[in-house]
Design a protein around this ligand. Structure first.
Ligand code: NAG
Ligand code: NAG
Ligand code: NAG
Ligand code: NAG
Ligand code: NAG
Ligand code: NAG
Ligand code: NAG
Ligand code: NAG
Length: 355
């Protein structure tokens, strides 16, 4: 009990010192959250994009404000936004990262542009962090393997909670994590997974570009004991990703995730870890009226019976002349029919799959 109290004190009260000895931090961090074409029949991708509200709550819970980054924005808009925000979160979702159609193409192109911009900024002493969850984790792998889609392997799909094994204590992500939380991740099915594809260690052998720049830092296992990468990070950049969903434990209520005291603390650790990285970036908006033009608060939220998310933000499309919005993603024709059938059968959702 004393041990836990000391760690909690460090974690909750002196959080800053647990992560970084430096005293200079940005106390008003803004996290850009990447949107995706809407899959909701009420708000078709032809006209709308969305963000699951759990990602907004995740960054807010650690003391940051959220700003949507339209997946379909122009590069000029991305340049402007980048100069004002302090970190980027690529969330979960069900986009296909191919260059097959105009919408997929702009999604991957803009994500790549932002990742390369962030790395260039960090190279120039302008420390700029990125976090990817689930689809975001897969997106960073895909892009940083040279748009190599074979890095995403089939047969690792999973929709349940698992313990996390082989946690690398020397990784940036886990180095400062209190031991009782690491032990909780190892011994308890804390990590909630909902993914179709997985990344495996063999790809780090086969793709030198990946292993030269990234390393995996823990492992997950499907129900049939197939091993896949649970977390990874860039070696020389503040880029991190989890295949599991730390934002779901506290904020998504239509699924069965671990809600116990320690699981909630583990999720909060990841949120605080990432926001603490963002607090080391000093980009800023030009005052509150400029902030208000971009902040998430101006967008409406919906709680749709047809969605697997508790709450979603809906945004109008950017209206980029480069994009043919008639090609916007339609999940029912693109995802495996068995998976959709299973979701509909069990949960009556039909407009998304909650990745
Ligand atoms: C923080 O300071 C402590 C004590 O001075 C030192 O042991 C530790 O290595 C420092 N950590 C970092 C990340 O600089
Ligand atoms: C939806 O998008 C299409 C294509 O950009 C456009 O022609 C149409 O006016 C939009 N509809 C609404 C209701 O915004
Ligand atoms: C990043 O830097 C490289 C090398 O200077 C440059 O070629 C590239 O255009 C930059 N990328 C972005 C997105 O700014
Ligand atoms: C793409 O990844 C596969 C492994 O998944 C690898 O064998 C192949 O060499 C990679 N292709 C390129 C162009 O790097
Ligand atoms: C993985 O996908 C296969 C094929 O669609 C399906 O039979 C299986 O139930 C899925 N497993 C999980 C854990 O979702
Ligand atoms: C990593 O840290 C945990 C928690 O402190 C500890 O239980 C475990 O033995 C460490 N693992 C290694 C390989 O040192
Ligand atoms: C601590 O923060 C400073 C910037 O304030 C950064 O340069 C340094 O890399 C950070 N150290 C760690 C261990 O995160
Ligand atoms: C910041 O906003 C003020 C008005 O609030 C304006 O006068 C100024 O030009 C703006 N600066 C920049 C760099 O946009």
């Amino acid at each position: 009990m004393i041990k836990i109290s000391v760690v909690l004190f460090c974690f909750l009260v002196l959080g800053v010192n647990c992560f970084n000895n430096s005293t200079k931090f940005n106390s008003r961090p803004f996290i850009g959250i990447y949107t995706a074409p809407s899959t909701y029949s009420k708000f078709p991708g032809l006209n709308y994009s969305y963000i699951a509200a759990s990602y907004v709550k995740f960054v807010e819970s650690a003391g940051a404000q959220a700003v949507p980054i339209p997946y379909d924005a122009t590069l000029e808009y991305l340049d402007t936004l980048f100069s004002k925000i302090n970190g980027i979160l690529f969330p979960g979702g069900s986009v296909e990262f191919t260059f097959d159609d105009s919408v997929d193409k702009i999604f991957s192109r803009n994500a790549n542009y932002l990742i390369q911009k962030a790395k260039n900024a960090t190279d120039q002493g302008d420390f700029f962090p990125i976090w990817g969850t689930c689809q975001g984790f897969e997106l960073i792998h895909y892009i940083e393997s040279g748009f190599n889609s074979t890095v995403l392997k089939s047969g690792y799909n999973d929709t349940t909670s698992h313990p996390t094994k082989k946690i690398d204590n020397s990784s940036k992500l886990f180095e400062k994590m209190p031991a009782f939380l690491k032990n909780h991740m190892k011994n308890f099915p804390y990590a909630y997974y909902h993914h179709d594809k997985g990344v495996i260690p063999q790809s780090y052998v086969e793709i030198p570009k990946l292993s030269q720049n990234y390393r995996y830092t823990s492992m997950g296992y499907t129900d049939s004991h197939r091993e896949f990468i649970a977390t990874f990070e860039a070696i020389n950049y503040p880029i991190f990703g989890t295949q599991f969903h730390p934002e779901k434990n506290a904020f998504e209520w239509k699924i069965e995730a671990a809600r116990d005291f320690k699981s909630t603390l583990v999720s909060q650790y990841f949120a605080n870890f990432f926001v603490q990285q963002a607090k080391q970036n000093f980009h800023s908006f030009n005052g509150t009226s400029d902030e208000n033009k971009y902040l998430i608060y101006q967008y409406p939220t919906y709680s749709l019976a047809t969605s697997s998310y508790t709450e979603i933000y809906i945004l109008k499309n950017f209206g980029n002349p480069e994009v043919d919005y008639t090609q916007a993603y339609v999940p029912k024709t693109k995802k495996s029919k068995s998976l959709i059938a299973k979701m509909i059968l069990q949960n009556q959702f039909e407009d998304d799959e909650g990745f």
